[in-house]
Design a binder for this molecule. Structure first.
Ligand code: ADE
Ligand code: ZN
Ligand code: ZN
Length: 269
């Protein structure tokens, strides 16, 4: 996602944090966050060029097939296992489990938290689990209405921008509020299922998020798209509900992961 997508995911997550998790997050956040996790959630993208090794951690691609297998697909371009978004979620989750250890954890848990919050968002952007051949839609040139874009950017940014403009008065907070209303009303039957998979080992959970994403990539993002196509109302009205649901889902799951990490810590002591 772009900046706004990541902020929305984290604003939703903040609303679902337990007291213990909220307190731990407060303690780990840097001063510059102003006490809000959401302000730090786009951070990992600004580090993409400085932390070169972390660039492949934002996504995972498949060999142009509609299924995802960690052992086959979770690696960087040098073939190192675990260097993908699924591995990163597991790794930073494990690091955060050392919170409160004595002697003090040797990890920079502030960075672990900011990376985890970002990558849980990214794994829910369908095209962050896409085809290797087109780099998750980055090499598929399209028009979004009149404007030139690539398919990946349409899903990271353009659909969200258009939705905010059309339905939410260009206000991010209004959109977040609407997604939350949907969580408690429209999607309330689904939310239990989203929660279920977070209860498994982190590995299974982040893997199932990736499986969902490649399915959504095939069935929605890539579907009927060819080079230089113009995407307009038909595409927009059938795809924006997927984007809204994935943003909300990412927020709920991020909160569940953080609650599990920090509530367990409390149970240990
Ligand atoms: N670069 C290569 N593949 C990508 C993907 N699926 N998402 C984001 N950036 C990428
Ligand atoms: Zn992206
Ligand atoms: Zn990212």
């Amino acid at each position: 996602w772009g900046k706004e997508g990541h902020i929305m995911v984290c604003k939703i997550a903040e609303k679902y944090l337990s007291e213990e998790a909220a307190a731990a997050v407060q303690e780990l956040l840097p001063e510059s966050a102003g006490g809000e996790l959401s302000t730090m959630c786009p951070w990992a993208d600004t580090m993409r060029f400085r932390y070169h090794w972390a660039s492949p951690l934002h996504y995972a691609n498949t060999p142009n097939v509609c299924n995802f297998k960690s052992s086959r697909d979770c690696h960087n371009s040098r073939g190192q296992q675990g260097m993908c978004v699924v591995g990163a979620i597991n790794n930073y989750t494990d690091q955060l489990y050392t919170y409160g250890d004595s002697p003090k954890s040797s990890y920079n848990l502030t960075e672990s938290l900011m990376f985890l919050a970002h990558f849980v968002g990214d794994v829910h952007q369908p095209l962050h689990v896409g085809y290797e051949e087109d780099e998750g839609g980055n090499t598929i040139m399209v028009r979004w209405y009149r404007r030139k874009a690539n398919l990946h950017h349409v899903w990271d940014v353009s659909i969200i921008d258009t939705v905010m403009k059309d339905f939410y008065n260009k206000s991010l907070d209004t959109m977040v509020g609407a997604l939350q209303t949907n969580l408690t009303e429209g999607w309330s039957d689904d939310v239990g299922h989203w929660e279920n998979c977070a209860n498994k080992r982190a590995t299974c959970a982040s893997c199932s998020y990736a499986i969902e994403s490649i399915h959504l990539s095939c069935n929605y993002a890539y579907k009927d798209v060819v080079q230089n196509i113009t995407l307009g109302d038909d595409y927009y009205f059938t795809r924006y509900p997927v984007v809204e649901k994935r943003l909300a889902q990412a927020g709920v799951r991020l909160a569940l992961i953080l609650n599990r990490i920090f509530d367990k810590k409390k149970a240990d002591t």
